[in-house]
Design a protein around this ligand. Structure first.
Ligand SMILES: *Cc1c(COP(=O)(O)O)cnc(C)c1O
Length: 434
């Protein structure tokens, strides 16, 4: 399978190149040339299949031409060493719990898959040159990628994060690891971190000196595997007789997670429609309403992993729908919530359903509550465990949130990080001198 750039000005790439390079030469995002339909019998039997079996079938459709079958199966099964269960929260509203992985957020799935796929390609290449993974994070990406790659030979990970804008718990998940993980604390906001990473990939001198790759949600090896759990959600809903008029709602920031769901629909997954839930960063919400896309600097909110002012994966959505606002808005609607609303949602959901939402999942839950129509059933992604946002959640619901053991373990570690300005020249000379 070949991959093209959303900007259409770069040569086609192999999967290996798309994974290693991350971003195309023309700064576009890679898209698979074809999206394979899965056969009807797959959907007829899906409710009898395990999560791993379903995921392998989906992975085979994307990557089967480029990765040898047994290796791909192992990558998928190793990636999914934890479940993504569907849990009933309210009438016809289900939580797709994506926080059962090592860093308690959905990004574990994509990050673990990418680490294993990259390692597969490095082994095949027999290269001795170290690969450097650069990743910008507004919180959860950094921890998922750092943990997904921790201890993987031949790969060094640099996590760039905005100083003071990431919760202590999130920070501990990538600043305490050591080994092949370096945390870089940038004096700026998330968009500055992302700009540093993008500039590094475009810098010829830097690329001639070191092998760089991205692990942001723009990487095809990270965002495509996120489709796995939407198929699984459908399967579990089907088993409960809840899969007709099935709605998927995704709390969205950089729009990688929902784009994977849209790819799933293109592969035949019977989803009636999609809802993209935003916090106060309502750029896509406004686009869906008006057809005008007006990126702007991100606003800090309590759902900080969704604080994105110019979502990268929006380019993929446009491409997938032939740039048609009409087609996009027929398939997807939006919702937006202020911090105050998010706090109230967490409180209400706890009181009414005895279910603790995190601030991101809260946007998803409420968007379904507000927009679900008669006869529909929906899942919203609970994208992180509420304990990752302990203080915010506890003050909203007025009750204690228990910290899972695997999260507590991170908080024992010692912080190690490098301070950086948002000036690319500084970042570049740091990398070269390393
Ligand atoms: C990253 C993240 C999001 C946003 O996902 P995108 O793929 O960037 O849209 C939502 N919630 C949490 C907890 C996240 O970590």
């Amino acid at each position: 399978m070949k991959y093209y750039s959303t900007n259409k000005k770069a040569p086609l790439a192999t999967l290996e190149k798309a994974v290693v390079k991350g971003l195309a030469e023309d700064r576009g995002l890679y898209m698979p040339e074809r999206i394979k339909q899965l056969p009807q019998e797959f959907f007829d039997n899906i409710d009898k299949m395990s999560f791993q079996e379903i995921a392998y079938a989906v992975a085979d459709a994307f990557f089967g031409e480029d990765v040898e079958a047994e290796s791909l199966r192992k990558i998928v099964y190793d990636t999914l060493a934890f479940d993504c269960p569907v849990v009933n929260v309210a009438e016809n509203i289900y939580s797709l719990e994506l926080f059962h992985g090592p860093t308690l957020a959905f990004k574990d799935v994509g990050a673990r898959f990418m680490a294993r796929l990259l390692q597969y390609f490095l082994k095949k290449e027999n290269t001795t040159k170290e690969v450097n993974v650069l990743v910008a994070t507004s919180g959860d990406t950094g921890s998922a990628v750092a943990n997904g790659f921790l201890g993987v030979d031949g790969i060094h990970v640099y996590v760039l994060y905005p100083k003071g804008k990431v919760s202590k718990i999130q920070e501990s998940q990538f600043t305490t690891l050591g080994k092949n993980i370096t945390a870089i604390e940038v004096d700026g906001v998330f968009d500055d971190c992302q700009a540093l990473v993008k500039s590094a990939f475009m810098d010829e001198e830097l690329n001639s000196k070191m092998k760089l790759t991205s692990a942001n949600s723009i990487n095809v090896a990270r965002f495509l595997p996120q489709a796995f759990y939407y198929f699984n959600a459908y399967a579990r809903m089907k088993a409960m007789g809840k899969a007709d008029n099935f709605v998927i709602c995704v709390p969205s920031g950089n729009f990688g997670n929902i784009t994977a769901a849209l790819f799933g629909a293109r592969m035949g997954l019977p989803v009636k429609r999609f809802v993209a839930a935003n916090n106060a960063n309502d750029i896509v919400y406004n686009y869906l309403k008006t057809g005008d896309y007006n990126p702007r600097p991100s606003i800090q909110t309590i759902a900080n992993a969704m604080d994105v002012g110019d979502p990268s994966n929006f380019a993929r959505i446009l491409d997938l729908y032939g740039n048609s606002h009409e087609r996009i808005s027929a398939h997807m609607t939006g919702a937006t919530y202020t911090d105050e609303e998010i706090r109230n949602i967490m409180k209400q959901c706890y009181e009414e359903n005895n279910y603790i939402l995190d601030p991101h999942g809260a946007c998803g839950y409420q968007a379904l509550k507000d927009l679900l129509k008669e006869g529909e059933s929906g899942v919203f992604c609970e994208t992180a465990h509420p304990a990752k946002f302990k203080e915010t959640v506890e003050s909203a619901i007025n009750a204690e949130v228990e910290i899972p053991a695997r999260l507590a373990a991170f908080m024992q570690g010692k912080k190690q990080s490098v301070s950086m300005t948002k000036d690319f020249a500084d970042f570049k000379s740091y990398l070269i001198e390393k």
